[in-house]
Design a protein around this ligand. Structure first.
Ligand SMILES: Cc1cc2nc3c(=O)[nH]c(=O)nc-3n(C[C@H](O)[C@H](O)[C@H](O)COP(=O)(O)OP(=O)(O)OC[C@H]3O[C@@H](n4cnc5c(N)ncnc54)[C@H](O)[C@@H]3O)c2cc1C
Length: 531
């Protein structure tokens, strides 16, 4: 039996992790007297993925959420991204081809422990006026466009009912409202899966013993390698290595299920480690590493979006809205845009502006942003994931376009620059199309290289000491130079595929029989689970 409605609110936020508590704080900042309730399922946050910021998410956490001191005291500063590739000729870590900053990076970034960060942001939301109920479980939301929304939830087994003018769904992968309303849509063009855990006993990239073993390798890089997000890459997969404050290291792999699978084995953690040890960098760093028990997770079919992101009375933020891919760590950028736009929308409505058109605009912006963002960076990228030469081109172009468009805009405009996701801005159509074009072409060239047996030919013995981009007169010429390199590659090699229709591997056909033994779970689309 459901108890009678006991409370009425201006806003109810479902989920108190980063996207929920950040949205709550931004709403309260604009409307200090708003009655805002946060309903969170867990009594304490556990560790979760989403541990690496990039330029926009670091800006959002540091300058918009005001967390710079917290980030410096309780987390680690990040020194950019590094990529390590290999081929049959790579015998040691020092042989791997490397891409990464030669010196420390220019803009701030952090490696965060999400259990600590999310707890802190939720606490701040509470101090700033939000009422928090946890652990409670939201069961159902009854939407009344333009009216009072009804949220059914359970507190220690007791049914409760609350109403609010606005509901913010920040329930993460559970995507409560999207699934309930039939808005949730798996992205079948991108069948990626991930497996992750936290490890102890991982050797540091800056270990003096390693420097003694590989002196030239150590001396060529002046940056701190160990606090970068280090990426181990192979055909169709990449693994992240993210250090956490206190010594644990977050390591996980993401792969395209059409191109590869986890090796067989009885335990998920062992299968992950077996894959990591196929890489010379993995063998050097992880041989003595052990994973934290009860912290091994697996999720298939990571990508999804939503046909609707807001209606008059409800708005989706963070993972409850959509997810693309963990490569380049865009998750908290997506949260920064969603939280800021949702707070602006709800604040306008609480001020009396008609919400219908604003909600329609929110849906339009996030629909456009997701599609452009996905096609520009992720569609079929795993065909060239792991090929040093193609990855280097993509990295220089992708990062340069990010700086030229989104990052520069946010730093110059300030927090209001986050109200529209970068890819949804009117001026972003042309650049997004260019990015989608070179991404598509690099995938086609990679497929041609596989057919010709030359994929990954530069994966041994190369080092590219990247110089961080800055907002200065060199940014455009550097991007132009990277574009010229891509065009030269087209003339040298790309012509082979100009008139060839792209063919896509299917999940079943590409899996070697050995990969399927003992891992039937990887052969077909799976629901998310963890163990
Ligand atoms: C493999 C992988 C690696 C990633 N790496 C990165 C990275 O390096 N950097 C990055 O920026 N992003 C990364 N991401 C993305 C990032 O994890 C997410 O974008 C981010 O954690 C989403 O935060 P959120 O607050 O939206 O959702 P969540 O963190 O999932 O929080 C949702 C909250 O809702 C609560 N909840 C759920 N259901 C209910 C209910 N019925 N009632 C009440 N409460 C409920 C949950 O308890 C939870 O606290 C990665 C994602 C994956 C899958």
């Amino acid at each position: 039996m459901i108890a009678p409605a006991s409370d009425a609110w201006d806003v109810i936020v479902i989920g108190g992790a980063l996207s929920g508590s950040a949205t709550a704080r931004l709403i309260l900042r604009r409307n200090p007297t708003a009655r805002l309730l946060i309903l969170e399922r867990h009594p304490h946050f556990k560790r979760r993925v989403g541990e690496s910021t990039v330029e926009i998410s670091a800006y959002f956490l540091g300058r918009v959420m005001g967390l710079t001191d917290h980030l410096l005291e309780h987390h680690l500063p990040k020194q950019g991204m590094r990529f390590w590739s290999m081929n049959a000729a790579t015998s040691s870590l020092a042989d791997c081809s490397e891409i990464g900053p030669g010196y420390n990076v220019r803009l701030p970034g952090y490696q965060v422990d999400r259990a600590v960060l999310d707890e802190h942001v939720l606490q701040l939301a509470q101090q700033e006026g939000a009422t928090v109920r946890r652990p409670v479980k939201v069961k159902h939301i009854r939407l009344t466009p333009g009216g009072a929304q009804t949220v059914e939830w359970e507190d220690a087994g007791m049914p409760r009912l609350s109403t609010a003018r606005w509901v913010v769904d920040a329930s993460g992968f559970a995507a409560l409202l999207g699934r309930q309303e039939g808005w949730h849509r798996p992205n079948l063009r991108h069948p990626t899966a991930a497996c992750w855990t936290r490890w102890t006993g991982v050797k540091s990239w800056d270990d003096p013993a390693l420097a003694a073993k590989f002196p030239a390798w150590s001396a060529r890089c002046r940056a701190i390698r160990s606090v970068a997000t280090n990426h181990l890459t192979g055909y169709g997969w990449w693994a992240w290595v993210i250090p956490l404050r206190g010594g644990d290291v977050s390591i996980g792999v993401t792969f395209d299920q059409r191109l590869c699978a986890l090796p067989p084995g009885p335990r998920l953690a062992d299968r992950l480690k077996t894959l990591l040890l196929t890489h010379p960098a993995g063998r050097e760093l992880f041989s003595a590493a052990n994973c934290r028990d009860h912290d091994v997770h697996y999720r298939a079919n990571l990508a999804y979006d939503s046909t609707t992101y807001a209606v008059d009375g409800a708005v989706l933020v963070g993972d409850a809205a959509a997810f693309m891919d963990p490569f380049y760590s865009p998750g908290m950028d997506w949260i920064a845009f969603g939280a800021t736009a949702a707070a602006a929308l709800i604040s306008a409505s609480l001020r009396g502006e008609p919400a219908g058109p604003l909600a329609a605009q929110y849906t339009q912006d996030f629909t456009v942003a997701y599609e452009r963002w996905f096609r520009a960076l992720y569609l079929d990228k795993y065909y060239y994931m792991g090929d040093h030469e193609l990855m280097l081109l993509a990295f220089r172009l992708d990062l340069g376009m990010y700086y030229l468009g989104a990052v520069q805009h946010v730093f110059r405009t300030g927090p209001s620059g986050l109200e529209t996701p970068g890819f949804a801005r009117r001026c972003a159509g042309g650049p997004a199309a260019l990015m989608a074009l070179y991404n598509r072409r690099l995938a086609a060239i990679a497929q041609s290289r596989r057919r010709r047996g030359v994929w990954g030919r530069r994966n041994t013995g190369r080092y590219f000491p990247f110089t961080s981009y800055e907002f200065n007169a060199r940014l455009v010429p550097r991007l132009a130079a990277a574009t010229a390199r891509w065009l030269a590659l087209e003339l040298r090699e790309g012509w082979r595929t100009w008139f060839r229709r792209p063919s896509h591997a299917t999940i079943q056909s590409q899996l070697p029989a050995s990969a399927l033994r003992g891992s039937a779970d990887l052969a077909a689309p799976l629901p998310a689970r963890s163990r």
